[in-house]
Design a protein around this ligand. Sequence first.
Ligand code: SF4
Length: 235
Amino acid sequence: MARAKPPKAEPLKLAPVRRAASEAARIEAIFARLAAINPEPRGELEYRNHFTLLVAVVLSAQATDVGVNKATKGLFAIADTPQKMLALGEAALAEKIRTIGLYKTKAKNVIALSAALLRDHGGEVPSRLEDLQALPGVGRKTANVVLNNAFGEATIAVDTHVFRVSNRIPIARGKNPETVERGLMRVVPALYLRHAHHWLILHGRYICKARAPSCAICPIADLCRFDAKTGQGAA
Ligand code: SF4
């Protein structure tokens, strides 16, 4: 009697699961290491209160934090509330921030957002993403920085550094900041979400630089999958 054929074996489907698990472990290890090096990372913009934080972040678009800090030192000494900013006026504000790129547009926006804060929010900086984004000159990135720094929310603001290093290492890939933001929110372990964008900004600014990443001194080099890892920065 012919023997019945054994049932065809189904291919095991473990590989993707294992890969996903090891990928999560790799990302967790990256943040654990960045956290161990700098447990309480801080942004480098200087401010006095929620309003001056908002203004500083608006001014920092396409400008360096160092450059913004130089300009706002004198500005915030005389205008650290929406009322005082309106009293200062657009022309005088523009003069105070003229060393910052796009200063004329930014002066116009800061005056308009000061008026909007007084008109719609009793002079306070709102704590909802939609309300922040409705203010003149405030985009998603700025709103996320304010939510994170002023209100302690676990948001991720994707600036040029976060965008580059997230795609490069990679941690979360995407063609635009919002896709990267959503990817990061999905893969960064909850424990590290609050400070994730600070760690990535600092890592991008000082180690994983745009043109010449300092891979030789990078603390996460063994966890990075960037094909073009270099020895630059070893000196
Ligand atoms: S190894 Fe190089 S490319 Fe990778 S994260 Fe470090 S500095 Fe960036």
